[in-house]
Design a protein around this ligand. Structure first.
Ligand SMILES: Nc1ncnc2c1ncn2[C@@H]1O[C@H](COP(=O)(O)OP(=O)(O)OP(=O)(O)O)[C@@H](O)[C@H]1O
Length: 446
């Protein structure tokens, strides 16, 4: 059995054996050869090898030293040990350390082929299993928190998701995770193989909202040269997420009510009734009951939307989640930005618990991104509502220099504008070139 298309690293100080291995595998595989541990180590840190053919006795150490650091290598290659001095104990030790096989020199190239092919097969199988495990993560994993509120939220999401036609109303302050909940409901539901179409009702101009939602027929407007599908039709079979539903104009509210009751609608400028089967998840941070009293939100629509209501508590109302969220997002941004995350100490946790987080989890998330970029925790003292115990470090009370303030402000704006240089420069009132110079000057990476 010859092995093909593998990436193999040979670590062998004997030139004759090393060269013969390279010659043997090079025709059908990519083979690299290193003669000592130091250069082999460098190689496996940059290249994802499938197979490592490792001699036991090398000029700068023992092969086991390299085995010990394999877990740092991308994709961890399958290691096969080669030795001229077979010792039972050493064989057991290397297998325990993760080597997949052990060959005594001199060996037959046919035997070597067998061992390598078996190892490659194992490698592909384990990569496949890892990939499956990664993709099998539940959408609920994205909802971080250990509070009783989050635990019961996950249960409600699971129950609601299983009932694919039920309309859901998600309420809560800005940044509490309403969209995250809608996504989890969709992904856990039998509709997950279709799309979830998100419509931000607050972002659409009232004059266009009906056409955007329900589509229009040719000739409905002077510019309407062809008929067009709206978001409702695009969500057929899947989920229609109506974010900021409280912003819908009254006329559009009636049309939405009909959609919810009969599952039908007509396009703007059209007469034909179109049926559509989509689950509606609506979200709002407005008080719809007050809006009903003020007659700006239809009560029949409210009751039709409010079949199941999921009310998300503010972050301040569930302090148990603050620390887990801080740690989760610090690790997330450290990995994403390739930086080390500062570790939150007791003082920071106390500040975070005392702070009132008006922007809820979104604000906490942006705070952690800024922290990772800055390499230190920005102070939360200015907006803290509770009293903070007197163990603050003096550094937190020191006045900042203008340069420090400018750097923090640029980082905050850059992260708020999702690292879009044009928009950040516009928001800061400077040109793009100046922004780039400042980003460089302050060591802020793209
Ligand atoms: N429990 C949570 N665990 C992890 N991340 C969360 C959680 N809740 C919210 N987030 C994150 O916070 C950010 C804001 O969440 P989301 O957009 O879902 O809030 P929202 O309530 O829809 O806000 P808005 O009303 O402003 O549209 C997102 O990045 C989201 O991933």
């Amino acid at each position: 059995m010859t092995c093909t298309n593998a990436t193999i690293l040979v670590v062998e100080d004997d030139s004759i054996i090393g060269q013969s291995l390279v010659d043997h595998f090079a025709e059908h595989n990519q083979v690299h050869w290193r003669k000592d541990i130091a250069t082999a180590r460098e190689a496996i840190l940059v290249e994802a090898y499938d197979i490592l053919l490792l001699d036991m006795h090398l000029p700068d150490g023992e092969g086991v030293d390299l085995l010990a650091m394999l877990h740092e290598a991308p994709g961890s290659p399958q290691a096969i040990i080669m030795t001229a001095f077979p010792e039972h104990q050493m064989a057991v030790r290397t297998i325990k350390m993760g080597a997949v096989d052990y060959l005594e020199k001199p060996f037959d190239l046919e035997d070597l082929d067998l061992v390598v092919s078996k190892a490659i097969h194992q490698a592909y199988q384990s990569q496949h299993t890892q990939l499956q495990q990664r993709t099998q993560h539940s959408p609920l994993d994205k909802i971080v928190g250990t509070s009783a509120e989050i635990t019961s939220l996950k249960q409600i999401i699971t129950t609601v998701a299983a009932s694919p036609d039920t309309t859901v109303l998600v309420t809560g302050e800005t940044g509490t995770g309403k969209e995250l909940v809608a996504q989890a409901i969709h992904k856990l539901s039998p509709r997950s193989d279709r799309t979830m179409v998100r419509v931000n009702c607050a972002a659409l101009p009232p004059s266009l909202i009906e056409a955007e939602l329900f589509g229009y027929e040719k000739g409905a407007y002077t510019d309407a040269k062809r008929s067009r599908k709206g978001y409702v039709e695009m969500a057929a079979g899947g989920t229609l997420f109506l974010d900021e539903v409280g912003e819908l104009p009254l006329e559009t509210q009636s049309k939405l009510l009909r959609l919810l009751e009969d599952k039908t609608f007509t396009k703007v400028g059209g007469e034909k009734e179109i049926s559509v089967n989509a689950r509606v998840v609506a979200a709002t941070n407005r008080d719809l009951e007050t809006m009903m009293e003020e007659r700006t939100f239809r009560s029949d629509l409210y009751f039709r939307l409010n079949v199941i209501q999921i009310a998300l508590p503010s972050l301040k109302q569930r302090p148990d989640d603050i620390e887990p969220l801080l740690r989760y997002y610090l690790a997330h941004y450290a990995q994403r930005l390739g930086k080390e995350a500062p570790v939150p100490d007791e003082g920071i946790i106390r500040q975070a618990l005392a702070y009132h987080w008006p922007g809820n989890v979104r604000e906490l998330r942006n705070f952690t991104e800024r922290t990772v970029l800055l390499g230190e925790f920005p102070s939360l003292l200015a907006n803290a509502t509770g009293s903070i115990p007197a163990t603050e470090t003096p550094r937190q009370h020191q006045l900042k220099t203008l340069a420090e303030l400018e750097r923090e402000h640029i980082i905050a704006s850059y992260s708020q504008m999702e690292r879009n240089k044009t928009r950040t420069a516009a928001a800061l009132g400077i040109n793009r070139l100046t922004l780039r110079k400042k980003l460089e000057e302050y060591g802020i990476r793209d």
